[in-house]
Design a protein around this ligand. Structure first.
Ligand SMILES: Nc1ncnc2c1ncn2[C@@H]1O[C@H](COP(=O)(O)OP(=O)(O)OP(=O)(O)O)[C@@H](O)[C@H]1O
Ligand SMILES: [Mg+2]
Length: 266
């Protein structure tokens, strides 16, 4: 099977995602201040930092829901900073939200199928021209959605409405939804927040499985145990700036990181 990254990127040596001197101001506050980094192909990169450090804003900038005040974002070597979020999804960038909001009255399978957004409009049009092909495609989508629900251990609940899910199960559903668009890289915003210990193990295993399929991850997380177990490398942000990078153990020992967390708590 071709790696997802090979399908989306021309140059498999180039970083999947790059931030170059990215700045985002809200009024007088620089939520992200001159941040530069690469996400290497195939890695699980962590992004940690105290509350208000600018992590989610960084995700908004990478995904295209917020434009940068200055600086550039590159996806597979192509500058995408001027492109809207849906174009970046088409280029292989998937993202989950700090607070998942599935459609509560739709079933899990419907929620996952809806995530194949790009194809929806084209399907409507094609429906008039080639109804037989659309029906076949629908079946493929449904099979793919079922496979993804299986991948995140939610098969049992496939035909239940999403409102019955616990917080942790919603995180898993998000993962299945984001996979529907065949991403090369997935940005995960706090996948462990509010998740019980048993489900946390499932989420960690699933991220490992998906990463083993060649999909790159950038992971915001406050759960340091999860970061230590999953991440090959970790970036630390504080007050909008990139403080340092290293392995989880290295950054946890870094006096600047300890100071940033203690300063935030004071
Ligand atoms: N839309 C916005 N308008 C104004 N200020 C904003 C906006 N979004 C974020 N901010 C500010 O930018 C800073 C960074 O917020 P952000 O949500 O990126 O932090 P975070 O690192 O994700 O924090 P947490 O760990 O609590 O999720 C904060 O001071 C926040 O108040
Ligand atoms: Mg956040």
């Amino acid at each position: 099977m071709a790696l997802q990254s090979e399908r989306h990127g021309e140059d498999t040596q180039a970083p999947v995602l790059t931030a170059k001197n990215v700045v985002r101001r809200f009024g007088g506050v620089a939520a992200v201040n001159d941040v530069s980094f690469d996400v290497r192909r195939g890695e699980i990169l962590g992004l940690i930092g105290p509350n208000g450090a600018g992590k989610t804003t960084m995700f908004d900038l990478l995904a295209g829901s917020v434009p940068p005040t200055s600086g550039e974002i590159l996806l597979n070597g192509t500058v995408v900073s001027g492109e809207p979020a849906h174009r970046r999804i088409g280029r292989g960038l998937g993202r989950t939200f700090q607070i998942p909001r599935p459609f509560p009255n739709l079933t899990l399978i419907e929620n996952v199928m809806l995530a194949a957004q790009g194809q929806a409009g084209e399907r409507l049009f094609a429906n008039f021209l080639m109804p037989w092909r659309v029906a076949a495609e629908e079946k493929t989508f449904e099979q793919k959605a079922m496979d993804l629900l299986d991948l995140v251990s939610l098969t049992r609940l496939a035909h239940e409405p999403a409102r019955v899910l616990s917080g942790g199960q919603r995180k898993l559903l998000e993962l299945a939804r984001v996979m529907m668009a065949d991403p090369a890289i997935i940005l995960l915003d706090e996948p462990a927040a509010g998740v019980n210990a048993t489900l946390l193990e499932v989420i960690i295993d699933r991220i490992r499985d998906i990463n083993a399929r060649g999909i790159t991850f950038l992971l915001i997380e406050h759960n340091i145990d999860m970061v230590t177990r999953l991440c090959h490398r970790v970036l630390v942000m504080a007050s909008g700036e990139l403080l340092c990078e290293g392995t989880a153990d290295e950054v946890a020992r870094d006096p600047r990181v300890i100071e940033a967390y203690l300063g935030g708590a004071a």
